[in-house]
Design a protein around this ligand. Structure first.
Ligand code: PLP
Length: 472
């Protein structure tokens, strides 16, 4: 007994030092054990501060959610007020509350014309789960229970619950074999830079991608395919943009085979792409649209599923038969989340906010164009304030660095030393700064980015030289 307590006390001292009681997420747990943990203690505007007092520009808006920065007083006030009035209620069993009703009204007013109904959840993952469940429920109601398969794209990210992970095309983001589902087919991601053939126009490439989608539907039989899930711009994959005309052709394929479109707008919506939604910018006509991250500016977990009248009517009919809609979450549509989201939507809709954002995007694009001349940058891409640098070893042949060199990890680490937090994939350095970033802060961000790229390019060149020397 006593001995065990002592051991536990010793362990607790060590873990307090390294934060090891906490299991981090999408993080290298061994690196945490080695003491590589940045503990964030405070936020202000686009900056966060760590426990050592270092200040960083967070060029990822946290996890692509803090569109209004890290301490917007209007949002804090909306949350505080709601907490003082009704800090919790649910939407079950014929109960309702004003914050959820108001937010649903706001969302359906701003959404594309055919999307008029809103279901709330807590996270992007859960909203995608709900969208998939809804499509399947509707098909069961239509007498087509076997029409339940989802088609998704490699490199797409849709979440970390069992169902949303099963449509996520990033193998390293999966966990456990339960996320490999027999009900899901994958097609290649879209990226003209990487996958366009020599001399192939964007339009021709788009047609080839749409044909791949149709072939995937036909391969399993349209009677088994319920939905195609897609991000308008593939965000975490490194800002992969739809080639010109892609979604128009996709729409034709989906209509032809009676397949629903789920637009995962968890990152793209609410101004990020200089447009209310990615769907409005790229001409998607989704049957269901999912929203999360910027919905509350990240200040509270809340997500939404927007759906058509037709889908809503079917759900109503079915729930009348059984007595209830067989889907719900204790915290789905939490009043504090809804209150803060209402405040955020009001800010996003302000004319000067939109004008500022537009100007910020122009500056962002100017910086991206300038940094494209770095020797290890193959291409820069952006849609609004979502951007990425494609990192290559050879600009002409577009050859990548050997994966073992971990070049993007090196860039990410150098950037953090230089005062900027960002995220990366094996091929890209990603940028998703708060929408409220100023011209001066963009200048600092891109200054740090250039310094870090130069630093790593020199480091990598040295390694290559060394390799050749040892071969000789
Ligand atoms: N969909 C997209 C496009 C995302 O980028 C993410 C998160 O990064 C999700 C869904 C999942 O959202 P959450 O982490 O809130 O479950």
């Amino acid at each position: 007994g006593f001995d065990v307590r002592n051991r536990k006390a010793r362990r607790m001292t060590a873990s307090a030092r390294h934060g090891l009681d906490l299991v981090h997420q999408f993080s290298d747990l061994q690196a945490h054990r080695n003491g590589e943990t940045t503990t964030i203690v405070r936020g202000e505007g686009v900056h966060v501060f760590d426990a050592e007092g270092n200040r960083y520009i967070d060029a990822m808006s946290g996890s692509s959610c803090a569109s209004l920065g890290f301490r917007d007083e209007r949002l804090v006030q909306a949350m505080t007020e709601q907490a003082g009035k009704l800090p919790y209620y649910h939407l079950f069993a014929q109960k309702s509350h004003e914050p959820a009703e108001r937010l649903a009204r706001q969302l359906s007013a701003m959404a594309p014309e055919h999307l008029n109904h809103v279901l709330f959840a807590n996270s992007g993952s859960e909203s995608n789960d709900a969208a998939i469940r809804i499509v399947r429920a509707v098909n069961i109601s239509r007498g087509k229970p076997e029409k339940r398969r989802v088609i998704a794209r490699h490199a797409g990210y849709h979440g970390s619950t069992t169902l949303s992970a099963s449509v996520t095309g990033q193998a390293h983001m999966r966990f456990g074999s339960d996320s490999v589902s027999p009900d899901v087919s994958f097609i290649p991601e879209v990226c003209h830079y990487r996958h366009g053939h020599d001399g192939e126009s964007e339009e021709a490439y788009a047609a080839r991608c749409a044909a791949e989608l149709e072939a995937a539907i036909l391969a399993v039989g349209p009677d088994t395919v319920a939905a195609f899930i897609a991000e308008p711009v593939m965000a975490s994959a490194g800002c992969l943009l739809p080639p010109k005309g892609y979604f128009q052709l996709v729409d034709e394929v989906l209509r032809r085979h009676d397949v629903a479109l789920i637009a995962d707008e968890v990152v793209c919506a609410l101004g990020r792409l200089d447009s209310p939604f990615g769907s409005t910018r790229y001409g998607l006509r989704p049957d269901l649209m999912t929203l999360a991250k910027p919905l509350t500016g990240g200040y509270f977990p809340l997500s939404a599923v927007l759906m058509t009248d037709e889908i809503y009517d079917t759900l109503t009919l079915e729930s009348a038969k059984s007595g209830l809609l067989g889907h719900g979450l204790t915290y789905g549509g939490h009043p504090i989340g809804c209150a803060v989201a209402s405040a955020a939507l009001e800010i996003y809709a302000q004319a000067d906010f939109r004008a500022n954002l537009h100007a910020t995007i122009a500056t962002f694009e100017r910086h991206l164009a300038a940094i494209a001349d770095c020797p290890i940058v193959g291409e820069t891409r952006n849609a609004g304030l979502l951007g990425a640098l494609e990192i290559v070893a050879d600009k002409t042949t577009r050859r990548r660095f050997d994966a073992m060199e971990n070049v993007t990890l090196k860039i990410g680490r150098a950037l953090q030393k230089n005062g900027v937090i960002t995220r990366w994939t094996r091929e890209t350095v990603n940028l998703c700064p708060p929408l409220v970033i100023s011209e001066d802060e963009l200048e600092v961000l891109f200054g740090a980015l250039r310094a870090s790229l130069d630093q790593v390019a020199a480091e990598v060149a040295h390694e290559v030289e060394e390799g050749q020397a040892s071969l000789a």
